[in-house]
Design a binder for this molecule. Structure first.
Ligand code: ADP
Ligand code: MG
Length: 394
């Protein structure tokens, strides 16, 4: 389905490259409904791919050179596939940040032994940038689609997601877990994804039929996210080390049930205990949410979302006053059954589940409340669970 946006993109492509594109690829962003900060603790998560996505038009280049045009930023770059380690363009200028994502994917795929084609590509995205809806993972996955399609090879979905994660970890230098890339690759329309990071098994579960997912972008820029994120990761590792004195067999916080954890948590220093408490209980909440989903029990499901938010606020301490305000306000609006921050926190978005009939009113009321309090316009929109990344020839 080529919509208006794609049509614009086609024109832009032609203008820049003076040729027709061969390939159309798309990769969605994601919203994590439950299971926050547990992906780097071997936990279980409950994300869905959303109908906000990166769209790429591309064609093969005869030389091993990539010419990429980022429509949203109005920036173009040209770089060689032969010396990606330099992270510099053909003129010797360091890559702008956005170029690190496609170049990083290329680097990892080369390491895997794929002989990549040079490309000409133009891309744009409807995923808000830097708001916790994984615009970065969508970019990586989108370009992985392009190279896979042009090269005529197909990797296993999880492995492809791992390649993209590796690109973000090693080349871009952001130590994210696998959640984002997994969701963008494996999304299933109208379904939420239950993904077990420990054994990489996953399952698509039909989401509540009469419930709308509403996302609220607080417009609070996530500051200090990466240093705080890394600190949280380290704290979790410390917790595991301390708990291994009592239970040497555990490898991650995933290996402790909330009851086992309660038996030993008193021996942890306060801050480490609080962080670990969030992780252990959050993992348990995801299992409970799956059960609630299977019983069409959206009240319990929503209650778990609120509990997750309060735990992220009080124990994991990654929330932000504006996000807390949004969740509290959402709670008080009729038709809303669950709300929480989504993504790493410190700003960005909340995710809400609201009855379909009341979702319009909900969005209006929440918008008013936020504006009244902060004099900032939030961006509020509903999303559908969408299919994972795909491509086709054009
Ligand atoms: P997010 O939560 O959206 O994934 P990140 O900080 O991980 O936030 O990634 C945002 C980065 O991804 C941007 O700084 C930019 O470099 C790149 N990016 C995302 N979307 C686009 C886009 N449409 N055009 C160019 N670069 C993009
Ligand atoms: Mg990201």
């Amino acid at each position: 389905m080529i919509d208006k946006v794609d049509w614009n993109l086609t024109e832009i492509f032609y203008e820049i490259f003076q040729a027709k594109p061969e390939l159309y690829a798309r990769a969605p962003g994601r919203v994590n409904i439950l299971g926050e900060h547990v992906d780097y603790n071997q936990g279980v998560v409950l994300p869905m791919a959303i109908d906000r996505e990166v769209t790429i038009l591309a064609r093969k280049n005869t030389q091993p050179i990539c010419r990429l045009f980022a429509v949203d930023l109005n920036e173009e770059i040209e770089f060689s596939l032969r010396d990606l380690d330099q992270k510099k363009d053909l003129n010797g200028k360091p890559f702008p940040r956005w170029a690190l994502y496609p170049a990083g994917v290329a680097k990892v795929l080369q390491q895997k032994g794929y002989d990549l084609d040079g490309i000409e590509a133009a891309f744009q995205s409807t995923i808000p940038i830097g708001s916790g809806l994984s615009s970065s993972a969508a970019l990586e996955v989108g370009f992985a689609m392009v190279w896979s399609a042009l090269g005529g090879w197909k990797e296993d979905s999880i492995r492809l997601a791992q390649d993209c994660q590796q690109a973000e970890n090693e080349y871009v230098g952001v130590s994210c877990g696998l959640l984002d890339q997994f969701s963008s690759v494996c999304g299933v329309r109208d379904h939420v994804l239950f993904f077990d990071i420990r054994n990489l098994e996953w399952q698509a579960l039909k989401f509540f039929e009469n419930m709308q997912i509403v996302i609220v972008d607080s417009k609070v820029e996530r500051s200090l996210t990466s240093s705080q994120y890394n600190q949280r990761r380290e704290t979790c590792e410390q917790a595991v080390k301390l708990l291994q004195k009592f239970k040497p067999e555990i490898e991650s916080l995933r290996d402790l049930s909330p009851i086992e954890f309660a038996a030993y948590s008193e021996y942890l220093p306060e801050e480490i205990r609080k962080r670990a408490t969030h992780i252990v209980k959050e993992i348990a909440r995801v299992f409970s949410a799956v059960s609630a989903l299977q019983h069409s029990d959206f009240r319990s499901f929503g209650a778990l979302m609120y509990a997750s938010h309060y735990s992220l606020r009080d124990d994991y301490e990654v929330s932000h006053p504006n996000l807390d305000y949004l969740v509290d306000q959402a709670h008080a609006i009729p038709g809303c059954f669950g709300a929480k921050l989504t993504g790493a926190g410190f700003g960005g978005c909340t995710v809400n589940i609201v009855t379909q009939e009341q979702s319009e009113q909900f969005m209006k009321k929440l918008h008013q409340a936020y504006w009244r309090k902060y004099k900032v316009e939030p961006s509020i929109f509903s999303v559908q669970a969408s299919q994972g990344a795909s491509w086709r020839r054009i």
